[in-house]
Design a protein around this ligand. Structure first.
Ligand code: C2O
Ligand code: CU
Ligand code: CU
Length: 568
């Protein structure tokens, strides 16, 4: 193991030396456009997936190695800092947090090399895999170790993602940079791309939302207090594709945005606005892929780990106009009772400066090997990063995320297909359901009265069973994004929803447009019950152990997570 570590550190240093010249964002769309001066509120060009580098598009073919490691990148332009990333080197190119892309039915054969100094494992969020390939925390490997994945991907086309999943460390590792988008394509998806002349990274644009605290040096600061471990760790600004205050230059055509909320704890209420005017847009897909048909929407909640796939039509926008992606104000409903008193909206100014125990990404491979040789593996070293002094907006406070500048008129005569896919509804109703209760005692969040224990499996289901689950969030609670590994489900009904959720209902079951189709994560508000139906059929023999958990990563790391066994 020692020699493997040494090799890796040498390899990382070599790669860093090569790295200097690789640009972070693609060149402007056309060289003969007049120079553009963005407004001061959104001065940075949005990072877009290109041929390599950060978010480089990596088509999964042969076996590949993906390394989780500390890297140097500048989040704030001109301020290179250490953060964590997944890196692939292939065919002379280097990808960081690559946008993985493959076809339904293809294979993933990958070696995960953990070059952190603590345990980690990759979870493929939303993919239907056996439990050996799921990245369950009990497969986490130590620093310097390797985990081999080998699985087919039967999933429908959709925007999935991948991220670390070691127990107690998921929140920190995601926060410091690890994670990426995983796009699966099939014939329906390719037909849509063709119909709308979409190109990934140009007119089909992933928007990965991360709220982060960034200090004067440009470092990410992860330093949750006990209160923030209970509530979730919020950032003072929202990065889109790791770009602070981003803008996008666009033309008068239809754009597709695949939004992934990769934030630890922040829920967004997304809307596109031109000044005060909200632009309707089309929801075409979510966690598990395309809906049957596009749905016009004006605003949507997107909780941590959820994805929405939307079309924004800019044909009626005059060149020179600007559209802003907002997160609108909403009631965070943090009514958990005890401190912190987050139920006052003025908690917006909760200070984010904490002396002492902050983690930042310099804990990784750290200093050169010779200085590091005797250092114990698995601890976060590091002097605490300088604190962040800006106020952190509370959950539910309005924020502006990104500006889109309509630059130039183009002819675009494509029509949005009326039919996108076919969703076979699973016949079920909320009558007799397995009850899943979300509550807390003394600010420790629980599922059915349990917190996570490695060795226990509180929920067991027979392979092939079709079950209705009623996920009941108690009234004195917080919003919890509830997630299941290994399966996609359908949302049947929302009951006792708060007004702000009811206002988005599109049917008499209280569902929002974004509850349609196939889901792997669903937001459950305090006092609300959400019924879902899950078909536990899968092609894996023998017992499989997955998990269910809250995707607020602080809640998850504090134990709001259970093993789920499928008896095969
Ligand atoms: Cu993205 Cu266990 O989750
Ligand atoms: Cu998952
Ligand atoms: Cu939660």
């Amino acid at each position: 193991m020692t020699s493997r570590r040494t090799v890796l550190i040498a390899g990382a240093a070599g790669a860093a030396a090569l790295a200097g010249g690789i640009g972070w964002w693609r060149a402007p769309p056309s060289a003969h456009e007049p120079p553009f001066t963005p407004d001061a509120a959104f001065p940075n060009p949005l990072r877009l997936p290109g041929g390599d580098g950060l978010y480089g598009i990596f088509d999964i073919g042969n076996h590949f190695t993906i390394v989780g490691k500390p890297v140097t990148e500048a989040i704030v332009p001109g301020k290179p800092v250490t953060l964590l990333a997944y890196e692939i080197e292939a065919d002379g190119k280097r990808y960081r947090n690559p946008l993985l892309r493959m076809k339904t039915g293809g294979m993933v054969r990958a070696k995960f090399w953990n070059a952190l100094e603590e345990t980690s494992i990759i979870h493929w969020h939303g993919l239907i895999v056996d439990s050996n390939n799921d990245g369950h925390p009990h497969y986490a490997v130590g620093g310097g170790e390797i985990y081999e994945y080998d699985f087919p991907v039967p999933n429908r086309a959709a925007t999935y993602w991948y991220h670390p999943h070691p127990h107690h460390l998921t929140g920190k590792q995601v926060y410091l940079g690890l994670g990426g988008v995983f796009i699966v394509e099939d014939d329906e998806e390719l037909a849509l791309q063709k119909a709308l002349d979409l190109a990934l990274g140009v007119t089909d644009i992933p928007l990965v939302l991360h709220d982060r605290r960034i200090n004067e040096k440009g470092e990410l600061v992860f330093a949750p207090t006990d209160d923030e471990k209970a509530d979730g760790f919020l950032g003072e600004q929202v990065l889109v594709n790791w770009t602070p205050k981003p803008y996008l230059e666009a033309t008068t055509r239809i754009y597709r945005f695949r939004v992934l909320n990769a934030s630890n704890a922040r829920v967004y209420k997304l809307a596109f606005k031109s000044g005060e005017h909200t632009l309707p847009h089309q929801l075409i897909g979510n966690d598990g892929g395309l809906l049957e048909a596009p749905r016009e929407v004006r605003e949507l909640f997107v909780s941590p780990a959820e994805r929405i796939d939307v079309l924004l039509d800019l044909r009626a926008q005059p060149p020179g106009s600007a559209i802003t992606l907002h997160s609108l104000a909403f009631d965070a409903m943090e009514h958990q009772g005890g401190p912190p008193a987050a139920d006052t909206p003025t908690a917006a100014a909760r200070p984010s400066a904490h002396a002492g125990h902050g983690a930042h990404a310099s804990y990784g491979a750290g200093p050169p090997a010779d200085q590091n040789a005797a250092a114990p593996v698995a601890t976060a070293v590091a002097p605490a990063p300088a604190p962040v002094t800006r106020a952190v907006p509370a959950l539910g406070v309005a924020m502006e995320l990104m500006r889109i500048h309509v630059r130039r008129k183009v002819a675009f005569n494509r029509a949005v297909p009326e039919k996108l896919s076919r969703i076979m509804p699973i016949a079920a109703n909320c009558g007799t359901a397995r009850i899943i209760t979300l509550d807390h005692v003394k600010m420790v969040w629980r599922i059915n009265g349990h917190t996570y224990a490695h060795e226990t499996t509180p929920i067991t289901v027979k392979r092939g069973a079709v079950e209705v689950w009623e996920i009941k969030n108690v009234p004195a609670s917080m919003p919890h994004p509830f997630h299941i590994h290994g399966f996609q489900f359908q949302v049947l009904e929302r009951k006792h929803s708060p007004e702000q959720q009811k206002a988005l209902a599109i049917n008499d079951k209280g569902l929002a447009a974004s509850d349609l189709g196939w889901k792997d994560t669903v937001l459950v508000w305090p006092g609300e019950s959400v019924c879902i139906v899950i078909d536990f059929s899968h092609p894996f023999y023998g017992n499989q152990v997955y998990m269910i958990h809250c995707h607020n990563l602080e809640h998850e790391d504090q134990g709001m997570m259970l093993n789920l066994r499928i008896e095969g």
